[in-house]
Design a protein around this ligand. Structure first.
Ligand SMILES: [Zn+2]
Length: 83
């Protein structure tokens, strides 16, 4: 599992190389009540961000296999669009 906490472009590179893996979109505090699990290919976390100009900032990205992420963050909710 990896965490992207800074907007360095590293998350976008990871996404391009790991479209078969999974991503949790989390508040910076990792508030367990607001974690959403996506496929890395989900259009809501790819392409140009809908709000603001960066993907990593007030929200951070936790990435890895679905099993890793669900074990580490059992409160994550599946995205209704991709899962
Ligand atoms: Zn999704």
């Amino acid at each position: 599992m990896q965490r992207f906490m800074e907007d360095s472009g590293a998350y976008e590179h990871w996404l391009a190389d790991n479209q078969h893996q999974y991503v949790i979109n989390a508040e910076r505090s990792l508030n367990p009540a607001n974690l959403v699990l996506h496929r890395a290919s989900c259009h809501t976390i790819n392409g140009a961000p809908a709000r603001g100009t960066t993907w990593v900032g007030s929200y951070v990205k936790l990435v890895g296999t679905r099993a890793e992420l669900e074990t580490e963050h059992p409160t994550a909710r599946p995205c209704r669009l991709c899962l």
